[in-house]
Design a protein around this ligand. Structure first.
Ligand SMILES: *Cc1c(COP(=O)(O)O)cnc(C)c1O
Length: 466
């Protein structure tokens, strides 16, 4: 057999990426490129474009999950094509969502004698929006029945000033007055007496937060429930509690199972959580559950077709991938109660270790030492000789890749700048040791540095704080 010259059309694919002409092409940025690019080259160009972003595992600012097991990632990659909203095409996926709602309602002590109802969402922001809408519609129905002039004043929502920004969005989008109760310096959480004093006939509800984003403190929801019960006994204008448990909802039931904050409390009518925080799923998945159907006004429920019949849904979004919700179900199946408990317990231990080390450094005063959510926040101790600020420390730590935000506390306490470290399951004890070493080195460097100052120390948000 003799061979002649052949035209190898695939030759371009055999060239090494960094030796190919294609790799020299300018990455199309603001206009579509004229021609197509080989997939392996497009992949590499985009990977390279992302190369100098932060490393998510070293981001100590976020509550959002930055690690999942390879099996979970595989399962999620294989289910990216499934659309959550299409219950007819994907009835097994719909069933998994249903199972997750049941598992969560059970964790939150939904009562046997009531009919809980809940749904997956994109995250807590959507879940809070749905919880808030249900409160608004239920309030309007009650107010009309009791003869309140609903057009005279804006309805209001009561929440501590430590609220996450989604509640401000909710109030702006739905034309509701946000009655912000200043966090008190002693408890760093909702002042329940002041919250009750703010209630009137236009109050759609009170939000309790299980894990304030800024400090990790829990609002005293049990005490709030007692005061609400007393209020509701005395008036026809009943108010109820929604618990924003974005962080605590899938953490506290495992770490502090005896704490009463959920549907065990009579006036807690709805709860939201983020699956992508301590539910241990990549963003975005969230959940909202009402203790009983009666607290979710029917006007807010829409029907989608399902195997020839109909299924009630409630969502702001329509089409989106089911991969995250399948990832949530994977975690529930894989870890079980014991798994979640041991993961969160370790995370908690790491937070306590960090708190101990920070305290021993004598530079910091702890505001939250990881006793509730596994996060540590602290301020600088007073020391006239120290020339640097927490902002300088954030900068120094960033040189080692650690992202640690510095920011002022909310209203009332906003002269106080703090730094916050959120511990997640993938921040293990070994990483924590490394971090403390880097922190000590940063402090020594700063102590010995000749610093360049701005005229005035600004109080600013530095880094991502939600
Ligand atoms: C993170 C957070 C939210 C928003 O949650 P997403 O899931 O990111 O939309 C709402 N409330 C609290 C208390 C949070 O910590």
């Amino acid at each position: 057999m003799l061979y002649g010259k052949k035209n190898r059309r695939e030759a371009a694919y055999l060239e090494p990426i960094f030796g190919s002409k294609n790799e020299d092409e300018v990455l199309p940025s603001y206009h579509l490129g004229e021609n197509s690019i080989e997939p392996r080259i497009a992949y590499q160009m985009i990977k390279d474009d992302l190369i100098d972003e932060g490393n998510s595992r070293e981001n100590l600012a976020t509550f959002c999950q930055t690690f999942m097991e390879p099996e979970a990632v595989q399962l999620m990659s294989e289910t990216l094509d499934k659309n959550v909203i299409d219950k007819s095409e994907y009835p097994r996926t719909a069933e998994m969502e249903n199972r997750c709602v049941n598992i969560i309602a059970d964790l939150w002590h939904a009562s046997e004698s009531e009919k809980f109802i809940g749904t997956s969402t994109i995250g807590s922001s959507e879940a809070c929006m749905l919880g808030g809408m249900a409160m608004k519609f239920a309030w309007r129905k009650q107010a009309e029945k009791l003869g309140v002039d609903i057009h005279k004043k804006k309805p209001n929502l009561i929440i501590s000033s430590g609220y996450q920004v989604c509640w401000e969005k909710f109030c702006v989008y739905w034309d509701i007055e946000l009655r912000e109760i200043p966090m008190d310096a002693e408890n760093m959480s909702l002042d329940v007496d002041q919250a009750m004093a703010a209630v009137d006939e236009y109050t759609i509800g009170i939000v309790g937060i299980l894990g304030i984003t800024y400090t990790g403190q829990y609002d005293d929801i049990k005490k709030l429930n007692d005061l609400v019960e007393k209020h509701n006994q005395e008036t026809e204008h009943k108010v109820y509690i929604h618990v924003d448990a974005a962080s605590g909802g899938l953490y506290t039931p495992f770490v502090e199972p005896e704490l009463e904050w959920d549907f065990q409390l009579k006036n807690v009518v709805s709860i939201n959580t983020s699956g992508h925080k301590y539910g241990l799923v990549y963003p975005g998945v969230g959940w909202v559950v009402w203790r009983d159907e009666q607290f979710l006004p029917k006007e807010l429920v829409f029907k989608v077709s399902y195997l020839g019949g109909e299924l009630p849904t409630m969502a702001i979004n329509f089409s989106h991938s089911a991969a995250q919700l399948i990832g949530q179900y994977y975690n529930f199946v894989r870890f079980g109660f014991e798994g979640y408990q041991s993961i969160h317990q370790r995370t908690h231990d790491v937070a306590l270790y960090l708190a101990k080390e920070l305290k021993e450094s004598r530079c910091f005063e702890l505001i939250n030492g990881g006793d509730q959510l596994p996060l540590v926040c602290y301020k600088l101790t007073a020391d006239e000789k120290r020339a640097w600020t927490l902002y300088d420390l954030s900068d120094r730590l960033l040189m080692k890749g650690w992202q640690v935000p510095s920011y002022p506390l909310p209203k009332n306490l906003d002269k106080q700048v703090i730094q916050r470290i959120v511990v997640r399951s993938d921040f293990g004890m070994n990483m924590a040791h490394d971090f403390i070493e880097d922190l000590r080195a940063a402090i020594t460097e700063l102590d010995n540095s000749h610093l360049v100052f701005h005229e005035e120390t600004e109080i600013k948000n530095y880094g991502f704080t939600h």
